[in-house]
Design a protein around this ligand. Structure first.
Ligand code: C2E
Ligand code: MG
Ligand code: MG
Length: 396
């Protein structure tokens, strides 16, 4: 049985009975068509279609899958070449068996050269289960593929058993979030928390994200609040034959993405992110300090007018340095108000906050009034004296 499928697939590749269909991927916010995935389809003589799940698992038992993947990759390159100026990046699925393919990177480079495809137009998808099954070689393999300057995506992320440790170490460009993580309306609180956490860490690690299998506008609305970058799913577009895909790229169609009121889907974690943005807008310098341990770090300071201080370090030194940026008549007041000993004494006396308006010389040499307010905050896990310092420039 399996032998005959392998043989039939080999013939179908020769006669182009198997070919890629293309599923569009859209920018989550703008609804713009930005990329696509090539998906194998077996078109039978009677026009019926055999889906990949009916033949790929069988091919994956042997190296027979490699021929199919390279064939789809080549067809994807031909399509991009035909699209010329309208070409968008296309992702191609590569089975985990390619991790054992010695000259994978060289083959890929030759293919891209053959069709003059710019490197940033090609994306290699490798399924998450490969991270587990090919553990010892995968880091090296991904590194080599990345050396060719094409992008690497982890497919079906969240469906398998890969550890976060691995995601931290592997230098991938894209995470494709598996559709099994999304329920129809994204309402269950636990589901939201898990998804938000994935997007949060991916964004912090500067890894691009795609949500797969998006079928409802509720899912889309929620994914927008999570800052998911791209959307792939039946809501926007099913996999389609090459000719249809080429037309789609040529017309540059855009999907409407604003059907859902984002507030109806807003979750506490994403609302907190927005709240922080508002705070940073109002207070361009925000410092978090632990007075008990003489430490601080700046939560926001990029937009402040004086930023010669280091972004973290000793609180005493911060005040020492800060005083040198003050107008000379305000230096003593600044030091007295914000010295660690005086702040600790104020805290011990039950004062909720300490505030001062002083004149400060900005990096541009201009003197401005700044308002500095240190709020004492309580950590749930420590008795240290903590302070959040909100700083803003006052308009004269
Ligand atoms: P995949 O790479 O995760 O591809 C996404 C699958 O989700 C595709 O199924 C796509 O049609 C389906 N999908 C996309 N949006 C939606 C949606 O909104 N709802 C639902 N229900 N499904 C959606 P498809 O084309 O049947 O492919 C299944 C799997 O077969 C692929 O999953 C991939 O693992 C494998 N595959 C497909 N083509 C190739 C190939 O050329 N090489 C290799 N090695 N594997 C391939
Ligand atoms: Mg895929
Ligand atoms: Mg997938």
């Amino acid at each position: 049985m399996s032998q005959s499928i392998v043989e039939e697939v080999r013939k179908a590749l020769e006669t182009h009975g198997i070919r890629p269909w293309f599923q569009p991927q859209y920018d989550t916010v703008t609804g713009k068509l930005v990329s696509a995935e090539a998906l194998a389809r077996w078109i039978n003589e009677d026009g019926s279609i055999t889906p990949p799940d009916d033949f790929i698992p069988e091919l994956e038992k042997t190296d027979a899958i490699n021929a199919l993947d390279w064939y789809i990759a080549e067809e994807a390159c031909k399509t991009m070449q035909e699209l010329q100026g309208n070409a968008i990046p296309i992702a191609v699925n590569f089975s985990r068996r390619h991790v054992q393919e010695e000259d994978f990177s060289n083959k890929l480079t030759s293919l891209l050269l053959k069709y003059s495809i710019p490197r940033d137009l090609f994306e290699v998808e490798i399924t998450e289960s490969a991270l587990v099954n090919e553990k010892s070689n995968i880091l090296q393999w991904v590194g080599k593929v990345k050396d060719t300057r094409v992008k690497v995506a982890i497919d079906d992320f969240g469906s398998g058993l890969s550890s976060l440790q691995f995601v931290k170490d592997i230098p991938v460009d894209v995470l494709k979030i598996d559709r099994s993580l999304l329920s129809g309306n994204c309402q269950p609180e636990k589901e939201r928390i898990v998804l938000e956490s994935i997007f949060y860490f991916a964004n912090r690690l500067h890894i691009d994200t795609i949500a797969e299998g998006v079928e409802t506008s509720e899912q889309l609305g929620f994914l927008r609040t999570c800052n998911c970058k791209r959307i792939q799913g039946f809501l926007f577009g099913k996999p389609m034959p090459k000719e249809e895909f080429i037309k789609l790229c040529q017309t540059g169609a855009r999907k409407k993405t604003d059907e859902t009121d984002i507030l109806s889907l807003q979750s506490p974690a994403s609302a907190t992110q927005l709240l922080l943005s508002a705070i940073f807008q109002r207070y361009p310098l925000v410092i978090f300090a632990n007075l008990s341990r003489d430490s601080y770090y700046m939560m926001a300071y990029d937009n402040f007018t004086a930023k010669t201080c280091s972004s973290s370090g000793s609180f005493d030194r911060l005040i020492e340095h800060g005083s040198t940026t003050m107008h000379e008549e305000d230096r003593e007041a600044f030091k007295n108000t914000f010295s660690r000993s005086n702040l600790m004494a104020a805290h011990a006396a039950g004062v909720p906050e300490v505030s001062l308006i002083a004149r400060q010389i900005g990096d541009d040499g201009v003197c401005r009034r700044v308002e500095i307010t240190d709020y004492f905050v309580k950590s749930p896990s420590s008795n240290d004296v903590l302070v959040i310092s909100l700083n803003s420039n006052l308009r004269d």
